[in-house]
Design a protein around this ligand. Structure first.
Ligand SMILES: Cc1cc2nc3c(=O)[nH]c(=O)nc-3n(C[C@H](O)[C@H](O)[C@H](O)COP(=O)(O)O)c2cc1C
Length: 214
C-alpha cells in the first residue's frame, strides 16, 4: 500500500478479530518501521513492550480501565519514551561513526550539544521524549494499516499502575498504548477531520494577525 493510502485509510479500531493472531515477525516488522521515525539529534527515546500472552493482556487490560480491545487485539504495544535518553547518546554516536557519518571529533561535539540541551532540563527532556515517542507511535499505526492490520491508540490507562505491573522504571514515560490486530466487525469508520482551511495559515508572515493570534 502507498503511504498516502495508509494515511487516509488508518482509523482507530475498537474491535479486533480475536481468532487471528499476529506473528512475532509481524511485530518485529512493525517496530522496525515505527522506529524509522526521526528524533532530535537522533537520540531515539522510544522503547516498546509488545503484550501478546493472554494473562499479560488481562493484566494490561486491568490497568487500562478494562478497555476490551486490549484483550481482543492480537498485540497491544506499550510505547515508552526514555526521559533520560540523552544519557545513552554514546551508542548513537558509535553507530554514526560505524556508518562513516561522524568522525570522533564530530561525535564529541554532538555529545556536548546533546548534554547541553537535555542534561538537568527535566521539563524539556520530557517534552522531547513525548515528541519522539508520539512520532514512533504514529509510524507504527501507519505501518499497521499498510500491512493490512488495524490499530487503536489509547491513553485511557493508569500510568502508575502500568509502570508497577510491568516493572517499568520511572524514567520511561508511558506515551500511549496501541492495540493492533486484524480488524473485527462493528468498528466506526474513521471520523471526519477539520478542513485544511480551518487548521492552516497559508503564507504566514511575521506580525500578521491570523486565526491563532488569540
Ligand atoms: C493519544 C490518543 C489516545 C487515545 N486514547 C483512547 C483510549 O484510551 N480509548 C479509546 O477508545 N480511544 C482512544 N483514542 C482514539 C481516539 O478517540 C480516535 O483516534 C479519534 O476519535 C479519531 O478516530 P479515527 O482515527 O478513527 O478517526 C486515542 C487516540 C489518541 C491519538
Amino acid at each position: 500500500m502507498q503511504a498516502i493510502q495508509a494515511l487516509e485509510q488508518r482509523f482507530s479500531a475498537n474491535h479486533f478479530d480475536t481468532n487471528k493472531p499476529v506473528t512475532e515477525k509481524q511485530i518485529e516488522q512493525l517496530v522496525y518501521l515505527a522506529t524509522q521515525a526521526p528524533s532530535a539529534f537522533n537520540i531515539q527515546h522510544t522503547r516498546l513492550l509488545a503484550v501478546v500472552e493472554p494473562a499479560a493482556k488481562a493484566a494490561l487490560k486491568a490497568v487500562a480501565f478494562n478497555q476490551q480491545k486490549v484483550e481482543d487485539a492480537a498485540v497491544t504495544f506499550v510505547v515508552l519514551a526514555d526521559t533520560q535518553a540523552h544519557e545513552h547518546y554514546a551508542r548513537v554516536n558509535e553507530q554514526a561513526i560505524e556508518a562513516g557519518l561522524y568522525d570522533q571529533q564530530m561525535a564529541e561535539k554532538m555529545l556536548e550539544m546533546v548534554a547541553g540541551n537535555y542534561a538537568d532540563k527535566p521539563g524539556f527532556s520530557r517534552d522531547e521524549a513525548l515528541r519522539s515517542g508520539s512520532m514512533v507511535a504514529m509510524n507504527l499505526m501507519t505501518a499497521a494499516t499498510a500491512v493490512g492490520l488495524a490499530s487503536g491508540p489509547m491513553i485511557g490507562f493508569d500510568p502508575k499502575a502500568l509502570q508497577q505491573e510491568f516493572k517499568i522504571a520511572e524514567r520511561y514515560l508511558p506515551v500511549m498504548m496501541i492495540a493492533v490486530g486484524y480488524e473485527g466487525a462493528g468498528n466506526w469508520p474513521k471520523k471526519p477531520r477539520l478542513t485544511t482551511e480551518e487548521v492552516l495559515v497559508k503564507d504566514a508572515r511575521p506580525g500578521q494577525t491570523h486565526p491563532f493570534s488569540q
